[in-house]
Design a protein around this ligand. Structure first.
Ligand code: NAD
Length: 264
């Protein structure tokens, strides 16, 4: 059994992860942490009755007491780097779903993995359908270089654009490079109306109650458009990817960035 702890256990994703690990025959939850903890039993959080595993409020203490091999982190953009540093310093492999990491952060994690020989896996999106959307978008960009991205999420999301939208743009930019899109003299009458700009790809973020996580990649060509759309209808969609990552990370080689790296 692989010993897993969950960081952000009280959160929307944290609770789903606890359930998914509990239901897997090769993974075992040994610990959980959340800054908001009032020391609940994880069994009460996910409706399986008392387990004796209590959610702590300090990561280092939980690691010391539960000796996990893997830490799954679904917390917040401003705290995730510290959690990753603590995990790696303690020889615990991080599996990170929290979005909002910068390129500098990812490079720091990569170097830290190389130096310590502790593996890590970061996936801006754990949904397999979203990975396919990104792959198809990267292929389509060879033939349709004009593209915009619209991502739609629930209104509690902290970062914009989403990690998935940024990763999609990175992959498209790898295929087609920088391209000035739209009319060169276009004017924004309302600042931001044309969205963010990643290598010429315009990106638009919608935040509304009711959404989970959705994205459209819209390509435009002569007399035609092509839309690739992915919808996460419930947070369960991320769990097969998280479970796979927990199993893969122990034998990976340093940092794995993107679930697509282990779905080849
Ligand atoms: P949430 O606000 O419901 O949960 C976050 C939890 O983290 C909260 O319970 C909070 O108390 C806890 N927390 C905050 N700081 C902490 C710390 N220092 N240590 C321990 N716990 C701490 O958020 P959510 O909807 O569960 O999303 C969490 C993150 O996961 C976000 O960054 C979101 O964008 C990302 N996300 C990623 C994917 C993916 O596939 N990679 C999918 C969905 C969400």
């Amino acid at each position: 059994m692989i010993r897993v702890m969950v960081c952000g256990a009280y959160g929307k994703m944290g609770r789903e992860v606890l359930k998914a690990i509990h239901n897997d025959t090769q993974l075992s939850i040994v610990g959980a942490v959340d800054v908001k903890s009032d020391f609940a039993d994880i069994g009460d959080l996910i409706g399986i009755g008392q387990t004796g595993i209590i959610v702590g409020n300090d990561l280092q203490t939980v690691i010391n007491e539960t000796k996990p091999q893997v830490m799954v982190d679904f917390t917040r953009p401003e705290v995730v780097m510290n959690n990753i540093r603590v995990a790696i310093q303690n020889g615990v492999c991080p599996v990170v779903g929290t979005t909002g990491l910068s390129e500098t952060d990812v490079n720091e994690i990569r170097n830290s993995c190389t130096q310590t020989k502790v593996n890590a896996l970061i996936a801006p999106n754990f949904a397999i359908g979203a990975i396919l959307m990104m792959k198809l978008a990267q292929d389509a960009a060879k033939f349709f270089p004009h593209v915009e991205i619209i991502e739609l999420h629930h209104d509690q999301k902290l970062d914009a654009p989403s990690g998935t939208a940024l990763h999609t743009a990175e992959l498209i930019a790898k295929t087609r490079g920088y391209l000035q899109q739209g009319h060169p003299e276009e004017v924004e009458k309302l600042p931001g109306a044309r969205g963010g700009d990643f290598s010429g790809i315009r990106m638009h973020s919608v935040r509304l109650p009711g959404y989970v996580a959705h994205q459209e990649v819209i390509f435009g060509g002569l007399g035609q458009t092509l839309t690739i759309r992915h919808d996460s209808i419930s947070r369960e969609c991320f769990m097969p990817g998280v479970v796979l990552a927990c199993k893969h990370v122990l034998t990976a080689n340093g940092l794995v960035y993107g679930l697509e790296e282990i779905l080849k």
